[in-house]
Structure formats: structure tokens, C-alpha cells
Design a protein around this ligand. Sequence first.
Ligand SMILES: [Zn+2]
Length: 474
Amino acid sequence: MDSKERIAKALQLATDTKVFEMGQGVSSMAPAVFKDCFPGRKAVVVAGVNTWPVLGEKVYSLFLSAGIETQKYIIDKKEFHAEWKYVEMVDCLLDGNFQKAKEIEDSTDYVEPDAGKAFRPACDSYYVAVSVGSGVINDLCKLSSHHHSQSYLTLPTAASVDGYSSFGASISYQNSKQTFSCPAPLAIIADIDVIAAAPKKMTAAGYADLAAKIPAGAEWMIADLMGTEPIVPEAWHVLQDVIDQQLSNPEGTAKGDPQAVADLFEGLTLSGIAMQAARSSRPASCCDHLFSHILDMTHYRYNGELQSHGFQVAIGTLTMCAVFDEFFKMDLSQLDVDACVAAWPSLEQEQERALGIFKDFPAPKLGYTEITKKYNDAATVREQLTKVKENWPEFKEKLRAQVYPFTRMQALMKAAGAPSDPSDLGLTREQLRDMFPKVQLMRFRFNILDLAKRGGFYDSLVAAVFARGGAWEI
Ligand SMILES: [Zn+2]
């Protein structure tokens, strides 16, 4: 199967995306695709200061020449994150209230309103968003379009994330990075001429975001065995059957070779489609992404700059490969299930532990909320551990076939130009180690650290990663 066939097949699974055009120069198709997908509607081209000259301006004039009533809006910030303020800004754009959008963008004392009140009744007079940019602009347009009960057209300018085709938008709201449920775009036009010419750091970030699906897949296998989130076969296969191939040319992506970048972009798109098919981000992220969420939520900067999603995820991904390396050294067929169950804490104890760990965090109740969702009683823990114990050698081999060893993943990251050591982000290994308790607790999703807590080997597992001979030896 070639790329075109794979995408065509994947689109049958996609619940939201119906049009996907990828190739050199395909952005010239944008007006025709728009007219087809949104007949009779007005468009607003939303771009950033960097993406306007690269593609936004061209798309805007193509739309005008095609006779589509079109406005433009250029977000006048060099650096901005996917925060609620900008969601409300795009909400106003789709309403047609451009002045209010600008006021919100420029406000310095912005107060977040109730997110639940952003929904409007459906109406044909709203503008339809034409997102021209990278992951952040796309996520803003995705959520705002959902608030207006409509879809949008996205023209990615970099292969930097898998969010173009994914279900859900990752937005900071009330100090917490959250995934808001919202449909993926109806149409994606990926002009490889533009995407391959994007800054090298952005392509490297996308490579790392795709590589994260390797350990994330293994953690989904664990959740599947635990019975908390069963694997959705079509969502699994659409991405995991081809991902090794799409990660196999990091040198090509680093050089900006159009074919290599197209392959990477295809992988990221399939990841998004897997999320559409699963109606969740489970196929694409687990602990590998949570390190990044901590950095986002604490507004972490290195050399004065916020670090990209993919660069942060690179370190999370490497760390999780290291965790799996140590996990595979364990013999869980010898697990003393009775002793583990006897030592299993109550929900109240876990909630108290979470409150302590997140005490000084921007979202102090986050751990409490999430552990409350994923806590299992002792009887369930007994079942879970028994399953692991009874299936250990075979299950371990299955996981091993999925996860890359740390050294292999590190070589790939290096070749792709992505971070390969925490110091590349200005992080010490101690800082990374200290994130683990939060990573375990900060999402409702069952992860390998939850298994380690249940089996009483959490401390030794984490310590091994940072011990002499470990991947991040301190
Ligand atoms: Zn990601």
C-alpha cells in the first residue's frame, strides 16, 4: 500500500475528516476544497506573524480571487500558547466581531470565563475558520469551530505535531493543560513545499511527537491487559502497523527532504485519525506526554524561550523507553500478589498523597481529581496483578516488540535533530526524576507507573533509570 492508499483507507475510519490533500503545491486547491466543504459560507484566514508570509497571504488572495467572501486575522504575537484567551479571540472572529477579537488578544488583565458557556447555537452567518499555521493555531480554530457547531479547513505549515487531524484540542485553562473534546477538521490541505521548508526545529519536534506513539502504544497495551481502556483495533492498526517505517528516516526529515517530510506528515496524520477512531488521545499519548504537560503548566522556559511540544515530548519519550528497559529486567512471574494487595492504600490515602505532591503546583487539586478517577479497590488490584503475573513472559515479549530500547530511540532523536538529553532543554536529571510522582498521578489514564505502584516496584523502577548504568544516570 502506498501513502495515498493508506490515507484513503484511514479516511474511511475518520469520523470527522473527509478531505485530505497532501503534496507539493496543493495549497492552490484550498478555495475549491473550501467551496466544496462549506458552500456559500464566509471564510476567515487565521494566521500568525510567521505563517502569514509563508502561506497565509497566498491563501487569502486565492480565496478573494475565487470570489469567496474572506477576512484575514493575523495574530500579532511572536510567541503564544494555546490558552483560553486565544480560544475566545477566535470565537469572536467566527462571530464576525473582529474588533472584540483584537481587544481580547491585546488585553493584559484577561479573566477566563466559564468554558462551558462558549457554545453558540448553529448559524450559517458565522465565518468558517481557515487555519494557516502550526499546532497552536489549529487547536484554537478546532475548539472555536466546535463552539459554533461547525467545522473548518486547516493548512498546516509544519510537520510539528499530530494535532491537525486529531480529535480534541489541547488548551491551557485554569492553569491546567486540558484536552477539550472537539471534532477534527473536515478538510486538511498539507502543502509539502511549505511544510518541508519549515524551520528544522519544527520538523524535528514532529518527529519526536510521532516517536512518542512507540512507548504510548506499550502503555495502551498495559491498560488493555488491566481492562481499563481496551485497545480499539482499527485505531491501533491504522498507526502502529506503519509507524516503524515512518520513523525510519530521521536523517531525511532533518534535511527537510520532501519525501521524508511527507512520510512524517503522513504518520502524524494517521496518529490523528487513530484518535478520531478511538474518540480519545489514548492511541497517541501517555506518560511520554505528561512530562511536557508539567513543563507547559509551569511555563517552563530554556534560554528565555518556551520549548515546543515535540521537544518536550522527546525527553518524555526517551524517559519512558528507559523505564521500559528497566521494566523488562523484572520478573513479575514471581510477584507476591497477596503482599501487594495487603499493602495497597485506601482511596483516602492516595488522595492525601496526591494533595501533598501537587501542593505547590499551579493546579494543586489535579492529582487528587485524577487519582480519584483511576483508583482501583484492592479486589481489582488483585485481579490486575494476577493477570500480569500469569501472563508475564508472553506479555513482556509483546511489549518488547512494541517499545524501542532507549539507546535506539536516542540515536533516532539525535539523527532527527530532536533533543536527546534533558540538558538539551536545560533540565537536570534530578528535575526529571522529581517529575515522576506527578506524572503518575496527573491523568486519569492507567499508565505503567500505576502498574508499578500496584506491584510495589515503583520506587525501584524509577530509581533504576537514574542509577549507575541507567539511561539518565545521576
Ligand atoms: Zn503530542
